[in-house]
Ligand binder design. Structure first.
Ligand code: GLY
Length: 285
């Protein structure tokens, strides 16, 4: 069972319960002990699911939905999926686990049905929908929807997209998405987040970042700024937990991964931290 409270709990209001006893304890914690205050007066109970997570971003014009290439995030702070949850420590695209069979299931049961339901409820949606999917033994399930690009999913998906993104945005506004196709290059993309050591708990910031110019010298390499700023002297310094999304293309995921890790060496700042296994599961499959 997964139990979530129906109020504001600063993102902490979900308990993942592996046994009935844990579930009952959870109900007591939320409803009797009032750990989350009045936010826990009402609870939502959901099916417990296991499986690999895949992110699928899409453009929607109110009627038509066009799916972008699939991606997979690594949410835990430490190698081997250990440590605390983060905003995302790295991604790869496409996900080899998003097979044609999964795609066909989602097209039949999830994507267009979501758009049609919003329209029929009088709230047609135009923009980007992020489908957070879990590939369970019983088939794909929706874990979450977001009305935005994913981060760091966007870094790997958009670096492979060949369309003019402004044209696609305008088609979302004008309702003409059906007249075009999204195109993605045949290569793969990997993003490794460079973070401040100590993220997501506590970390220092304000350290000068060097080596960024190197990205101008190489095609197929990108450095997306996240937690950075200019200091009073015009230098770029760290200004957050997740600092830079170092992204590289390659002919396949293995090459993209090697390229991304090579590019992480171009950039330096005090307290630089990263995972070393972004996309590693791919090589093993
Ligand atoms: N990477 C997950 C998200 O953007 O929500």
């Amino acid at each position: 069972m997964e139990g979530g409270i129906r109020g504001l709990a600063l993102g902490k209001g979900v308990l993942i319960c592996n046994t009935k006893e844990e579930a009952l304890d959870g109900v007591n914690t939320i409803m009797r002990d009032k750990k989350f205050g009045d936010a826990g007066n009402t609870m939502v109970i959901e099916e417990f699911m296991t499986g690999r997570e895949v992110s699928v971003l899409s453009f929607v014009d109110g009627n038509t939905i066009k799916i972008m290439s699939s991606a997979q995030d690594h949410k835990r702070a430490g190698d081997g999926d250990t440590g605390l949850n983060t905003g995302g420590m790295g991604t790869f695209c496409p996900s080899p686990f998003y097979t044609d069979e999964v795609d066909a299931f989602c097209k039949e049961h999830i994507y267009q049905k979501t758009v049609d339901a919003m329209k029929s409820e009088g709230r047609p949606f135009k923009g980007v929908i992020f489908f957070g999917l879990m590939l369970t033994p019983n088939g794909p399930r929706v874990l979450e929807y977001n009305a935005r690009f994913g981060d760091p999913e966007a870094q790997v998906v958009l670096t492979r997209m060949e369309n003019d993104i402004v044209d696609i945005f305008e088609r979302c506004i004008d309702g003409t998405l059906a007249d075009t196709e999204l195109k993605f290059s045949d290569d793969a993309s990997v993003c490794v987040m460079l973070a401040s050591d100590g993220y997501p708990v506590s970390y220092e910031k304000g350290f000068e970042i060097t080596g960024l110019d190197e990205f101008n010298k190489h095609d197929g390499y990108f450095c997306f700024h996240s937690g950075t700023k200019f200091d009073d002297n015009g230098k770029i310094v760290t200004n957050g937990g997740r600092v830079l999304g170092v992204t590289a293309l390659g002919k396949d995921l293995k090459e993209a991964r090697a390229n991304a890790y090579k590019a992480t060496e171009w950039v330096n700042f005090k307290n630089k931290y990263m995972r070393h296994d972004i996309g590693k599961a791919i090589d093993e499959n």
